[in-house]
Structures are given as C-alpha cells and as structure tokens.
Design a protein around this ligand. Structure first.
Ligand SMILES: [Cu+2]
Length: 122
C-alpha cells in the first residue's frame, strides 16, 4: 500500500479549503429586512430596508403596491451605512400589500437580486 495517493488527496483538500475560504467571507449575505418578509405591521412604515453582511458596491431598491411603483423620497444605498439598501417615503405607507425588490453588487463581483412582501394593516 502506498501513502502517496493519501498525501495527494490531503494536499488537494487543503488547497480547496484555502480557495473556498476567501470567497465565503467576501459574499454579501442578507442579514435583516424591515419590515420582515410576510409581516403584517400596524405601524405604518416611513421606510423599508435590507441589510447585508458587508458594504455593497452598488444597489437598487424599489417598492410596488398592487403592481404600481410607490414614490420614494430616496432609494438606494444608505450613504452612511453602505451595507444597507433603503427606500424612504414622503408619508407613512397606507394600508395594503407591498413588494420590495432589490439588486445588489458586492465588492467580490457577485450580483444578487431578490424580493419580499409585507402588509400594512388598516
Ligand atoms: Cu459573493
């Protein structure tokens, strides 16, 4: 029995682990969404946001209600906290069901898109 294949396999495993580790750290994961997906909130939100595990390079966020775009006073990367995408509204959102759609580009080059919905109670 030769030990060579075993040593070669160990070296390969170590190389794979090293190659995988940096990208795992570099990936921007979704940490928190507000309001949360599926939530039915009674306090009418003045903004919606999604926070990632790291700063983004760029990002977009938009909100629709019954398929129609909801007007925002500001929408995009929070200038003070670049890990957050936020859409702010002139007035608190009236009752209804809302869909928040977002796109994010992380510094590692990964593009992600997603959406979630929540409800504002009457
Ligand atoms: Cu990534």
């Amino acid at each position: 029995m030769s030990i060579r294949p075993f040593v070669a396999a160990l070296a390969t495993a170590a190389a794979l682990a090293l190659a995988a580790a940096p990208s795992a750290f570099a990936h921007a994961e979704v940490v928190k969404r507000s309001p949360e997906p599926g939530a039915a909130v009674s306090k009418k939100p003045k903004s919606v946001s999604i926070r990632f595990s790291q700063s983004l390079t760029t990002g977009l966020i938009s909100v629709t209600r019954d398929g129609r775009q909801v007007a925002t006073t500001a929408a995009g990367l929070d200038p003070r906290r670049r890990s957050v995408l936020r859409a702010a509204f002139a007035r608190p959102l009236p009752a209804g069901t809302y869909v928040v759609s977002w796109r994010a580009l992380a510094p590692d080059g990964h593009r992600q898109t997603g959406s979630w919905s929540f409800r504002v109670r009457s």
